[in-house]
Structure formats: C-alpha cells, structure tokens
Design a protein around this ligand. Structure first.
Ligand code: SAH
Ligand code: SF4
Length: 361
C-alpha cells in the first residue's frame, strides 16, 4: 500500500523517462547493449506516431521489444469512461493501476484543440465552491501521469493535432511543484509533445513563493492566477486554506512573473451570484488588476451538487465585464464548455466515486 499523498509509481511508463535516461539510465538501453539512438526512436514512436505499445515499434528488434515490454509500459492508465458533450467537448476518466482516477478533457474550438489536465487526485485547497477539493487531497500525480493525460487527449483529437494544454483539472499544480514543472518540460520539449510554451497555461490558486520559482524556470508558459475576490476578506471566505496569502503578496509575485518572463498574467475570476459579482466588486477588482500586467478571464460558475453557490445571470456577468472594460482592462467572459458532461473540474470523478459501491470491509 502506498503512503498517503505518495506518487503511485516511478519509471514504470515511458512517460516517466526522457531520452537520456532511457538511453543510459540503470536497467535501460545501454545495459541491454543497445545504441543510444534507440531512445530517440522510441520517443518518436510514442510522441509523434502515437504508438500505444512496444509491439507497434516495428523498426526495433523483436527481442528488444519483448524485453522493453517486460520492464515498461507506454500507457499505464485505462479509460474508465469517455463522455462527449453536445458541443464536442470530451471528457476522459482515467484509472491508474492503484485504482485511483484522474480526469482530463478535450475542448475543441475551431482550429484550437485544448487538453485540460489534472495534477493531483483531489485537491488540498478546498475552495468553498469547487468540487475538486471536497474530499481533500488523495495523492499527487507523478510527472509521467500528468503527461499521459495530455497524450490520451492528443490521441482523441487525431488526425488533428493537440494545440494547447491547460493545467486546470483537479488539483493545485504549484502544490505538486516538481511533478508539474517536469511535466511542463516534457509537454513543451521537441523530443516530447512539442507544444509551444505560449500554448501552455498553468492555473494556480496563488502560491507566491512557487509563482516566483516558476518565473525563474525559463519557461515561456502562461500563468493564470485564480483571484476570485477583490479583497482579502472575501478571498479568505472563498479560499480559507489561503487566508494568510494576501492580495498584495499575489500582486508582487505576479509582477515578478511578468518581469522575469515578459508574459502577462491571466487573472481568473469565477463569478458566483450575489457573492462576488456586484458592481462595487468589479470596481474594486479593476483597482487590483491595474497593479499588474494582466488579462482578466471571467468564468460563470458551473453549479456543483450539494454546494450553495449559483451561476450569475448573463446580464449580471456582462455588467461586471463592462465595468472592467470601462476602466481600460482587457477582459473576457469565458464560455463554459461541456456542461452536459459535468464540465467543471472534479465533478465527473465525484459522480463516478458516488456511483461505485464501497470496497468490502
Ligand atoms: N487549482 C487550480 C487549477 C484547477 S481549477 C486553480 O484553482 O487555479 C481551474 C479553474 O476552475 C480555477 O480558476 C477554479 O476556480 C475554476 N473552477 C473551479 N470550480 C469551478 C466551477 N464549479 N465552475 C467554474 N469554475 C470553477
Ligand atoms: Fe483546488 Fe483549484 Fe478547486 Fe480550489 S479551485 S479546490 S485550488 S482545484
């Protein structure tokens, strides 16, 4: 049995490895008497050609394929559920060998094919309006599992190419920092998924120290900061876990991120009817947003069963947006996608858990 929060596996899948480790790491190609170019060959099969098993890698010697298959897998998840919404959004519930599950989503939008992936099973933060945090944190995902979700979604879009990846599924990416950054590098690198850094977004509840550390990683990714409130008091009510993290400290970290990367911050603001969608709050938010180089994304709340929050009307949302626009801010009201398949993060997994009978005592 794994310790709580421990990653479930190391080096059991190709997605855990880079070409260098596969070529020269203990137990791998060099020790099997194989030339190092085989590692690049395998990576190309997996990332470019979408191979799902070593069997399909027909230009590798058959004996090598057999040995590799004994030591490693390509995909270690199985697809537990595959739902498709009327707007084309598709949601996968993946089951890992230890029985835990993760969800990931494909959001097609014209030429853009976006994968939304998870970094943890559950979430330690527990924002009061979010389904993902309800049961707390179950465990962290390892980098290879984060990458595997993006690859599962990439397979769904073939023959189109996956163009964007957003870390907006279950979990708080910067709370699982090392795995998140390792996954970012694999998704971005030419030997990996080769998706441009500017097409990758990490969404965080806002951990100032880790935001600054990420700024220093020399990745050109977009950082989205889940602000949700224009004052510390309201933010502490919506995100009690982060009550000691002030908006001042988030502004400082966001400015550091912009200075180091030249990338504007995306401020995310989930509109909750009657809670944070009042005109006065829009004016306060404008004052906060002006302290950063930012774009604002307003997200109309997707109601969660059992939680007392409501989606604001279209009028209230547009009025909120207009107040920000009038103050010269760049603000988008995001369309919600996949609502008929529980598009909001965490809901699918929750439903699946609720419908599974508990294990025998
Ligand atoms: N933990 C990270 C990333 C995952 S959540 C974060 O909080 O940023 C991704 C985004 O979805 C966050 O902005 C979050 O507040 C928002 N979200 C969560 N539950 C939602 C819901 N029911 N409806 C709309 N947006 C939601
Ligand atoms: Fe966690 Fe993000 Fe949901 Fe908050 S909104 S509970 S940080 S996943």
């Amino acid at each position: 049995m794994n310790a709580p929060h421990a990653p479930i596996a190391t080096f059991s899948s190709v997605f855990d490895l880079d070409a260098e480790t596969l070529a020269a790491g203990p137990g791998f190609l060099a020790e099997m008497g194989q030339p190092s170019y085989r590692a690049e060959q395998i990576m190309r099969w997996v990332y470019e050609r979408g191979a799902e098993s070593f069997d399909q890698m027909t230009d590798l010697p058959a004996s090598l394929r057999t040995v590799l298959a004994r030591r490693l897998t390509v995909y270690r998840s199985s697809i537990e559920r595959h739902d498709r919404a009327s707007d084309g959004t598709a949601k996968l519930l993946l089951k890992w060998p230890d029985g835990t599950t993760s969800e990931c989503v494909l959001i097609p939008d014209g030429d853009r094919q976006t994968a939304c992936i998870s970094t943890q099973v559950g979430c330690p933060v527990g924002c009061v309006f979010c389904a993902s945090g309800i049961g707390g944190l179950d465990r962290n995902l390892v980098a290879g599992q984060i990458v595997e979700q993006a690859m599962r979604v990439a397979a769904l879009c073939r023959p189109n190419r996956l163009t964007n990846v957003v870390f907006m599924g279950l979990g708080e990416p910067l709370h699982n920092y090392d795995a998140t950054v390792a996954a970012l590098r694999k998704i971005n690198s030419a030997e990996g998924m080769n998706i441009g850094a500017r097409k990758i977004t990490v969404s965080t509840v806002g951990l100032p120290k880790q935001m600054k550390r990420l700024a220093d990683e020399k990745l050109q990714i977009t950082l989205a900061l889940s602000l949700h409130a224009p004052t510390d008091e309201l933010r502490a009510r919506l995100i009690p876990w982060a009550a000691s993290i002030t908006i001042d400290s988030l502004v400082e970290a966001a400015n550091y991120y912009f200075d180091r990367t030249g990338r504007e911050i995306t401020l995310e603001y989930v509109l909750l009817a009657g809670v944070n969608d009042l005109p006065e709050q829009a004016r306060q938010l404008a004052t906060v947003a002006r302290r950063m180089r930012s774009n604002i994304n307003l997200i109309r709340y997707n109601p969660v069963d059992g939680l007392p929050y409501e989606r604001p009307s279209a009028e209230a949302s547009t009025r909120f947006q207009q107040i920000l626009r009038d103050r010269g801010l760049n603000v988008h009201l995001r369309r919600s996608r996949g609502r008929d398949i529980d598009g909001a993060c965490g809901q699918l997994r929750r439903r699946a858990l609720a419908s599974t009978p508990p294990p025998p005592p």
